[in-house]
Ligand binder design. Structure first.
Ligand SMILES: [Zn+2]
Ligand SMILES: [Zn+2]
Length: 168
């Protein structure tokens, strides 16, 4: 996954658009312990421009990631559509600069694309905002079946208090 800089490096102000569509199945393997699978090829579109001696990259990333709902544990697809900007320089003037560097005449973007994808992924994956989850008594998926289990919610602290009051 790379962006060619040969043409843009020739002249200041030179701009070049790019479109990369790449399968990266099984490459994003870990997101807080979750195995991540892109179910569509990752589509990265954007441009690079040579401006003030630096390469400015603007891109949009689109794909779908297979997730597991944290409530009902079913698979669903999370849509990724994220835009990002980066500035690249040939050599860092000082280590504190918030810039990326490029080698010769190409920028490898796979790592930043994967970073952008994971930064957009939900920390609390849900198949839908109102997913009803699993029944804590019988384990059935309450989105699909209405199991009629009755779950008594007993607050133990209140029970102890109630017992004490009853004795008096
Ligand atoms: Zn769910
Ligand atoms: Zn149930």
């Amino acid at each position: 996954m790379k962006v060619d800089l040969i043409d843009v490096l020739k002249n200041e102000g030179e701009k070049k658009t790019f479109l990369i569509i790449e399968e990266i199945e099984n490459e994003i393997t870990d997101f807080f312990g979750e195995k991540i699978k892109a179910i569509l090829p990752i589509k990265v579109s954007g441009y690079v421009i040579n401006y003030e001696g630096k390469i400015h990259l603007q891109m949009n990333i689109k794909t779908k990631i297979q997730r597991i709902c944290s409530r009902c544990l079913n698979y669903y697809n999370e849509e990724i559509d994220v835009s990002a900007n980066y500035v690249f320089t040939k050599e860092l003037q000082n280590a504190n600069e918030d810039l990326k560097t490029y080698d010769t005449d190409v920028i490898y973007i796979k790592d930043i694309v994967l970073d952008e994808i994971t930064s957009q992924m939900s920390m609390k994956p849900l198949c839908s905002e109102d997913c009803k989850g699993l029944c804590s008594a019988c384990g059935s998926n309450k989105n699909i079946t209405d199991c009629k289990c009755v779950i008594k919610e007993i607050d133990e602290r209140l029970e102890i208090l109630k017992n004490l009051l009853d004795k008096e």
